[in-house]
Write a protein that binds this ligand. Structure first.
Ligand SMILES: NC(=O)c1ccc[n+]([C@@H]2O[C@H](COP(=O)([O-])OP(=O)(O)OC[C@H]3O[C@@H](n4cnc5c(N)ncnc54)[C@H](O)[C@@H]3O)[C@@H](O)[C@H]2O)c1
Length: 278
């Protein structure tokens, strides 16, 4: 697939937007698209310095890139970032809670400490971030949480799945409580996106995923970034509390693609499984 063309969202120019997990696949694509639209991006991640690819992202783009070390599970880290942002005196116009870890254990194997770590990063982290940074936001600001198709079904990774279902609840609560201030909160649910996170997934998963995805391909980080940038922009001024799957139709089809394909194949082989009128 060719790389999607960058979107043009002029109102993002000069806006200050914080992205967590920015050294990763989707985070970096979001940073790049926002910089291309002239935003001031505060890219954050665990490492003390930005990765090489992230550091090079700003080259030739209109926006301004800052990097801050932040463990999203640390309330102290978020408060430190809030103090730094206050000193910049530029306000906060957007927050993308993108950082996340998978941890692929099932219910029979999950250790309590791993469960707690996944919850701390995938669910408590966004809550702490919204708590620390929303007081710096004014009407027109936008919060985007990154969920997962696992938040809409029963993915085998029990802690990850439960954490992302929890993030949906957080999104709806915050949309309700900050909406009256003119601050919008939404959640994006990526399907199978080609990033370092999926490079570590079991190989058999890719084939199974493709068989269940109507578009019959994996997604690119830029395809998530496009929806995130839209939600941050004024083009989405009336979108609040929404859940947007970006998954090639995977969750919409809910596994029915498998059955649909079998029926189509049987019909093609002149072995109809049902009367023609059904
Ligand atoms: N790739 C996919 O197929 C997929 C599918 C559904 C949802 N998602 C979600 O998208 C988001 C981004 O995933 P990705 O695919 O880019 O993953 P990635 O592994 O490429 O990047 C994740 C980033 O988060 C950072 N991170 C991990 N723990 C952190 C912490 N405690 N504090 C701050 N940063 C931390 C990592 O250092 C990394 O840079 C995640 O929330 C993930 O759950 C990804």
């Amino acid at each position: 697939m060719t790389k999607p063309q960058p979107m043009h969202l002029p109102d993002l120019a000069g806006k200050t937007i914080i992205i967590t997990g920015a050294n990763g696949g989707q985070g970096r694509a979001e940073v790049e698209l926002l910089l291309a639209n002239g935003a001031t991006v505060i890219a954050t991640d665990l490492a003390p310095e930005p990765g090489k690819e992230l550091a090079a992202t700003a080259d030739g783009l209109a926006g301004v890139l800052h990097y801050r070390c932040l463990d999203v599970a640390s309330a102290a880290g978020w408060n430190e970032l809030a103090h730094w942002l206050t000193a910049q005196d530029n306000g906060v116009h957007g927050l993308v809670n993108n950082a996340g870890i998978p941890h692929r254990a099932r219910i029979s194997d999950i250790e309590e400490s791993d469960w707690n770590r996944v919850m701390a990063i995938n669910l408590t982290g966004p809550m702490l971030g919204i708590q620390a940074l929303s007081p710096l936001m004014k009407a027109g600001a936008s919060i985007v949480n990154i969920g997962s198709s696992a938040a809409l079904n029963a993915h085998h990774t029990v802690a990850y799945t439960a954490s992302k279902w929890g993030l949906r609840g957080l999104t709806h609560c915050v949309a309700t409580q900050l909406g009256p201030l003119g601050i919008r909160t939404n959640i994006v649910h990526p399907g199978y996106i080609e990033t370092p996170m999926m490079a570590a997934a079991p190989q058999v998963m890719t084939g199974a995923q493709l068989a269940l995805t109507p578009l019959e391909r994996t997604g690119q980080p830029e395809e998530i970034a496009a929806v995130v940038a839209f939600l941050l922009s004024e083009a989405a001024a009336y979108v609040c509390g929404a859940e947007i799957p970006v998954d090639g139709g995977f969750t919409s089809s809910a596994g029915v693609k498998y059955m649909s394909d079998i029926i189509a194949a049987a019909a093609a082989n002149n072995h109809p499984t049902e009367p023609a009128s059904v």
